[in-house]
Ligand binder design. Sequence first.
Ligand SMILES: CC(C)(COP(=O)(O)OP(=O)(O)OC[C@H]1O[C@@H](n2cnc3c(N)ncnc32)[C@H](O)[C@@H]1OP(=O)(O)O)[C@@H](O)C(=O)NCCC(=O)NCCS
Length: 162
Amino acid sequence: MEGIVIREMLYKDLPGVDRIEKTCFTTPWDIRSFEYELGCKDTILKVAVLNNQIIGYVCVRTILDITHILNLVVLPDFRRKGIGSMLLRDALNELKRLKPDINLITLEVRESNTAAIKLYEKFGFKVMGKRISYYDKPYENAIIMGLSTAHGNVKSFMKNEG
Ligand SMILES: CC(C)(COP(=O)(O)OP(=O)(O)OC[C@H]1O[C@@H](n2cnc3c(N)ncnc32)[C@H](O)[C@@H]1OP(=O)(O)O)[C@@H](O)C(=O)NCCC(=O)NCCS
């Protein structure tokens, strides 16, 4: 989509991020959680910006050799235009650059969230398991998805995307 910029999240973006959280999730993250992640050296936070408006973001945190995708969201009016993919691609490229030795990228997603599951599958993520009643409001199982980075071989990142 023309005019979209993907860039690092900044403290000044937090009111826009908070609006997206409250619009898109039944259990939104508190703004302090974002403040914490912004101060965390092992977290990658990116926003998608259009005409100075924050329309999506991604949050990815690494602990030792495993990276977790904590959140990925695009405002409803801007979905299905490739922005979720742009955010994820950007974050994974940065991860590749900053942390070439990670072994696995994982995430949880609601079992009914076909949109997100399909997006992650396009990036090569596979279903690895399930967490029963992991989510609240409404209660729902989580699917655990993972992308093996082949024992630290970062060349395998995103090879299946398309
Ligand atoms: C998941 C989400 C981030 C996708 O963002 P997006 O900008 O719409 O994604 P893209 O346009 O890059 O879509 C990439 C691919 O994902 C799949 N996809 C996306 N939305 C879909 C939908 N509603 N139904 C089926 N497949 C979908 C498609 O394969 C799509 O490729 P295509 O459009 O060429 O067919 C967005 O739907 C969202 O914000 N959902 C609410 C928050 C959420 O559930 N986040 C995930 C938490 S783990």
